[in-house]
Design a binder for this molecule. Structure first.
Ligand code: MN
Length: 488
């Protein structure tokens, strides 16, 4: 992927079997890391063998201070006594994956002897390793299986994506233009706790500063971005001045975010003093470039949009800020219609988005330009993040997006239509039980496993509504999880 982030492969052994065995272990681990890297989204670098307490401890210290190392994968080729790993694991601050594999796929019938057994005893070594990780109650991912098998590599790749997203999260800055929408509960939350838990630096900049920046954008800068808009999207209005104003807004927001190192932003229609339009295409095009966006001041969702986009970098299904708007309750075919006032990311579009200008009933500003399109068909998920007061809860629902069943010619915004799992009503019941927000991230690329891996790294609650979920069991699970999290 041309990404400079990478992972370390650290292999456990010991001196008991002599130097020849250790040389074999090292050369095989090197070979495995190189071959596996070809099928993984990020490079896996063989870092070395651990034979002693000192070596294990040193690797952990180095991993912690290597900003581009997003996680450590361990495996025990031979037996590797785990008391020598304790300090390393106590110190390690990077995500850990315990990969229980074996160099050889088959037991070699004729060749197998005690030397072979001593060299290839991952079955033994990985149990010792698993014990100490479990004994220390470490957050970890366990992957088992032969290292050349694609499903095994996919599982590691999924974890790698989550770990890169976690690394991104720890450095994420969210720029708030205005506060949360008045009186809304679910978009609120504890920003200090979010910074401790996720790393997010969530801070406010006055809308007046943004207005100042909008005023400073040059016509040449606007011309350049207008060319990008018209090259990328279909122009479906003569009102170029309105679109030019959106370009000004995008350029101004991007400059302010760049100056602060921010990768996500929020705004609210209740605080647009001095702005002519609520950002529409401006926010949509920023999202398409990977920026997080949250409407009505929803900083948790803005951060989550940016994180899921980072997690799925290089994938092509698309990820957007989303809101459940209204339902189609035909008993034979139930659908949810997702949209927003303006801000749906064009990466999820089925066709070339159209630039249109329409009035906006709220915000008391001029008619804003926005991209209008349908979301494409395909399996996807919606994920939201809520603040339960004593912890954060990540809630995921599996969905299947369909081509919208109607044209809806008078709907002036981008729209996505989907079937909720296990069904619209049952899924909704569980979403409400879990306190799920109306804002979510809709992604065709992220998988529930990726998000679960991320939640594990963040040490937050993970709740998943699947095609097999049942409200009665779900309610019980939530109840017991609530007790467990209170004790944690
Ligand atoms: Mn909203």
């Amino acid at each position: 992927m041309g990404n400079k982030k990478y992972f370390w492969f650290v292999v456990g052994s010991q001196f008991l079997y002599g130097n020849e065995v250790l040389e074999t272990v090292a050369s095989r681990a090197q070979e495995m890391a190189e071959k596996m890297s070809k099928s993984l989204p990020y490079e896996l670098r063989f870092k070395g063998i651990v034979n002693t307490w000192d070596e294990a401890t040193q690797y952990a210290k180095e991993a912690n201070f290597d900003d581009d190392c997003c996680g450590v994968i361990t495996w025990c080729h031979t037996f590797s006594p785990s008391k020598m790993w304790i300090e390393a694991f106590r110190l390690l601050q990077k995500p850990l994956l315990h990969f229980a594999t074996q160099y050889n796929r088959y037991i070699p019938d004729k060749e197998i002897d005690m030397d072979f057994m001593n060299l290839n005893q991952a079955a033994h070594g990985d149990r010792e390793h698993g014990f100490i990780i479990a004994r220390m109650r470490l957050q970890q991912k366990i992957v088992t299986g032969f290292w050349e098998d694609q499903p095994v590599l996919d599982e590691i790749g999924t974890w790698m994506r989550a770990a890169v997203a976690y690394d991104f999260s720890r450095n994420l800055r969210v720029m708030r233009f205005g506060d949360n929408m008045r009186e809304v509960a679910v978009t609120e939350g504890d920003k200090v706790e979010a910074q401790i838990k996720f790393g997010w630096q969530v801070n406010t900049w006055p809308v007046g500063k943004l207005v100042e920046q909008i005023g400073k954008v040059t016509d040449e800068e606007v011309d350049e971005l207008m060319k990008v808009y018209t090259d990328t999207y279909e122009l479906a209005t003569d009102d170029l001045e309105t679109i030019r104003y959106q370009a000004r807004e995008e350029i101004a927001m991007k400059k302010m975010m760049t100056a602060e190192g921010a990768n996500a932003f929020v705004n609210t229609f209740q605080d647009l003093i001095g702005m002519k339009q609520l950002p529409g295409i401006a926010s949509q095009h920023l999202m398409a470039q990977g920026y997080g966006y949250g409407a009505e001041g929803d900083w948790k969702l803005s951060a989550l949009v940016a994180i899921v986009k980072k997690m799925t970098e290089g994938m092509t299904g698309g990820t957007s800020f989303m809101e459940d708007y209204t339902y189609h309750l035909d008993p034979k075919a139930e659908y949810a219609l997702g949209a927003h006032m303006l801000e749906v990311c064009p990466t999820i579009a089925a066709e070339k988005p159209r630039i249109e200008v329409h009035p906006l009933g709220i915000g008391d500003r001029e008619d804003p330009a926005r991209l209008v399109f349908e979301g494409h068909e395909g399996n996807a998920l919606v994920v939201t993040l809520i603040d339960m007061g004593d912890r954060f809860r990540m809630l995921v629902q599996d969905i299947h997006c369909v081509k919208p069943i109607y044209e809806m010619p008078n709907l002036p915004v981008a729209r996505v239509m989907w079937e909720g799992k296990p069904s619209l009503n049952e899924g909704l019941k569980m979403w409400l039980m879990a306190g799920g927000a109306h804002h979510s991230v809709l992604s065709y690329d992220a998988t529930p496993e990726m998000l679960q891996d991320l939640a594990r790294m963040m040490d937050i609650e993970f709740v998943h509504i699947t095609a097999d979920s049942k409200p009665e069991e779900f309610e019980k699970d939530l109840f017991f999880a609530d007790l467990a999290w209170k004790l944690k």
